[in-house]
Design a protein around this ligand. Structure first.
Ligand code: NAI
Length: 212
């Protein structure tokens, strides 16, 4: 394991957004940008931007700003988006298949298998991806040195699925099941809950408009 400099969670959460904007500027063939210009398009203050990017050595130059090409490269490095991550999906139902479609179009992820308990799914291929028996998951992870396990099973099975992933030596868990997993502290987990985001929206709508 690597010894990494501690950066606050809030900064890390902002980095993918920086990368998205910088990639967009790169597509538009922009060469460089100042923190003030970046502030105008992103909505963060210029000093926040300088502070955030200084966490990683600060690639900006006084009077020049940031070079888009090298900032893109640095942000990709920082986010670990260099090589490929091997990935498996636990639960080949509606969500599992949607995530499979999504990841198959992402450059840095290699989805190698899905796992399920449903005999009707085990043994078939979904969009070229084989669905294997859940009982083979731990062994498969060990053998193939899988990086990321995605949990797309129902809430009742998610804890047990997470434990199976850990048994196999998974490096990180991307959890879509709507529960807080009870796992050892050193396990890397990212929870995704579309409903949290949707409910923030309903909160704002209900504050802004009268609703029946
Ligand atoms: P689904 O019923 O279509 O698929 C679930 C699949 O998991 C089934 O094929 C089932 O056989 C399989 N499964 C059950 N136990 C398993 C185990 N131990 N190992 C491997 N596979 C197992 O359900 P759907 O619609 O795909 O939803 C899956 C989960 O995702 C649910 O918990 C749902 O609440 C959650 N969800 C989360 C969202 C989010 O934003 N986080 C959005 C949509 C769904």
């Amino acid at each position: 394991m690597k010894d990494v400099k501690q950066v606050s969670k809030a900064v890390i959460k902002r980095l993918p957004r920086y990368r998205r904007y910088i990639r967009d500027l790169k597509r538009k063939e922009v060469d460089r940008i100042s923190s003030n210009e970046l502030s105008n398009i992103m909505g963060y203050t210029a000093s926040q931007i300088r502070q955030d990017l200084n966490n990683f050595g600060g690639f900006g130059q006084q009077g020049y700003g940031y070079n888009i090409e090298s900032l893109d490269e640095e942000l990709s490095n920082i986010l670990g988006l260099t090589g490929k991550y091997t990935m498996i999906i636990m639960g080949a139902g509606n969500l599992g298949q949607a995530i499979a479609n999504y990841t198959s179009q992402r450059e840095h992820f290699n989805l190698v298998s899905m796992f399920d308990i449903n005999p009707r799914l085990i043994g078939i291929k979904l969009n070229e991806i084989p669905v294997r028996d859940y009982d083979e998951a731990a062994e498969f992870i060990k053998k193939n040195n899988i990086d990321i396990g995605v949990i797309c099973t129902g809430k009742r099975n998610a804890q047990q699925v997470a434990e199976r992933l850990i048994e196999g030596g998974i490096k990180g868990i991307w959890n879509f099941a709507p529960i807080d997993l009870d796992l050892p502290e050193d396990i890397l987990v990212e929870n995704v809950h579309l409903s949290d985001s949707l409910h923030s929206l309903t909160y704002h709508i209900s504050k802004k408009y009268d609703r029946e």
